[in-house]
Design a protein around this ligand. Structure first.
Ligand SMILES: [Zn+2]
Length: 129
């Protein structure tokens, strides 16, 4: 059971990531890919909870997630009215589409670490938050 709420306010993201998000939502809609903005900024408490549940490799204190500084977002497949993490093919199609369009600005969790298909974050050389 997760106690800390997901933050889906784009205003809590770095402005460049917020811009990518709004354009990505349109791009995905135009390709009939029902992905939605699942989570953006994260508190240290929520990060720690996700870590303790095994959903993240960042504990939120020693290893800080890009989510905590508003530089990361997760796009999750909205399949028939439910969140779905299982359809790897859909996630890869979505991710490569996003990277084709925004790969100059953001990195994709799957290409960074070989997992974390829903995760995108600003490239490190973009101005600090
Ligand atoms: Zn993420």
């Amino acid at each position: 059971m997760i106690h800390w709420k997901r933050d889906v306010d784009p205003d809590h993201l770095h402005f460049k990531l917020a811009r990518v998000l709004s354009q990505a939502i349109i791009l995905l809609r135009d390709h009939n890919m029902p992905f939605k903005f699942f989570e953006g900024k994260r508190s240290a408490e929520r990060q720690g909870e996700l870590f303790s549940l095994g959903h993240s490799k960042c504990d939120g204190i020693v290893v800080v997630s890009e989510h905590q500084v508003g530089r990361a977002m997760d796009l999750v497949y909205w399949k028939n009215g439910n969140w779905d993490w299982s359809d790897e093919y859909m996630y890869k199609a979505m991710g490569y589409l996003i990277m084709h369009e925004f790969g100059e600005i953001i990195d994709w969790g799957y290409l960074l670490w070989g997992w974390d298909l829903p995760h995108f974050q600003l490239k490190p050389y973009h101005d600090p938050s």
